[in-house]
Design a protein around this ligand. Structure first.
Ligand SMILES: [Zn+2]
Length: 344
């Protein structure tokens, strides 16, 4: 058993209550479920998704990112019916529950599922229904972040933002922006984010993953991000690090994803320790476990095993995730109290 030199035998990380704020919809799928759904719908999957091993990926160039997106699209094409959606959400909640998550914000662009599910509105309603049922059955509090795709037209993002706001009191808590940060400008999506923020949603665009610190600054300046998806590459700019720490903007850091996509060569290169010591709040996330092969608790294990986080520091990371969440106050209070119990 791993030991923490200062506090004795290491506590079980799966029992540490945490909030999971960076998990994509299709990317949350169990590999075994993907195979079953592909079989059910007669979808021929690329071999990289059927080998039983996480695919070899590299997203540091456009070809690599395109390949990642193609695999993601292939997996997404297996989600065709409301039953498939309910199964995906139920299993994501079950996996999160097993990893100690008490609150899960799952991120989805309903556009990609809409053609098979009767349009944007029915799709979002099916997802929100699935979230309510999965949350009730697993005890994991859940909410949805509607994410626009930055490869598409900014007008599409505005449409999505309006849709997201309509469901703000029915389980949608945030608005995101995903896909290749190297394409287009964050500023192109400022109107969509204004709609989302005015409607009471949290602004949580991706930045600082495939592109450097400037992309994080754009998220802050142009989209008024309250959380940043990834954001790790802010570490390359001391001024930006200080700004994130001072304003308390949380970075949704996904270490296993960063290594799988080649953002960093090795787990020890992910600047977890640097950001933590500088006071940048973080919420560790799994991003796309289907493609990267590890879930939420594994990110905290990595912080412990590779970056030497003590149990007290892991507890603080968990608190940061809860504070950055959109969980209702009573859920946050309960989780923070349970984290204290874990750390005692
Ligand atoms: Zn992501």
């Amino acid at each position: 058993m791993a030991r923490d030199a200062r506090t004795g035998p290491a506590r079980d990380i799966r029992r540490l209550p945490k909030a999971h704020l960076h998990l994509h919809f299709t990317g949350s799928m169990r590999p075994s479920t993907l195979l079953e759904l592909a079989d059910k719908h007669g979808v021929h999957l690329p071999e990289a998704l059927t080998s039983g091993e996480p695919p070899k990926l590299r997203a540091t160039d456009e070809r690599g990112w395109f390949r990642f997106q193609r695999l993601y699209d292939a997996a997404r094409s297996c989600l065709r019916t409301p039953d498939d959606i309910h199964r995906l959400v139920r299993e994501a909640a079950q996996e999160d529950a097993a990893d100690g998550s008490g609150w899960l914000e799952i991120q989805v662009d309903p556009t990609s599922y809409a053609p098979r599910l009767g349009g944007l509105i029915p799709t979002l309603e099916i997802i929100l229904d699935a979230v309510r049922i999965a949350s009730r059955d697993t005890g994991v509090g859940m909410a949805v972040v509607v994410a626009a795709n930055r490869m598409k037209h900014p007008l599409d993002a505005r449409t999505l933002a309006r849709l997201a706001v309509r469901y703000a009191d029915q389980g949608v808590v945030g608005f995101g922006l995903s896909n290749d940060e190297r394409r287009g400008l964050a500023r192109d999506f400022d109107r969509a984010f204004a709609i989302a923020r005015d409607g009471g949603l949290l602004a949580a665009p991706h930045g600082g993953e495939l592109a450097g610190p400037a992309s994080v600054r754009d998220c802050l300046d142009d989209l008024h991000a309250q959380r940043v998806g990834h954001g790790v590459r802010a570490a390359e700019d001391p001024h930006l690090v200080r700004r994130l720490a001072e304003t308390g903007v949380t970075c949704e850091v996904c270490p296993a994803s960063n290594v799988a996509l080649g953002v960093y060569d090795k787990p020890e290169d992910v600047p977890l320790r640097h950001l933590y010591d500088a006071g940048v709040p973080m919420a560790l996330g799994a991003d796309d476990p289907l493609l990267f092969g590890s879930r939420l608790a594994a990110q905290y294990e990595l912080a412990r095993d590779v970056h030497g986080f003590t149990d007290q520091e892991l507890a603080e990371l968990a608190r940061q995730s809860v504070r950055a969440s959109r969980a209702p106050q009573d859920v946050r209070d309960r989780m923070l109290a349970d984290i204290d119990v874990w750390a005692r």
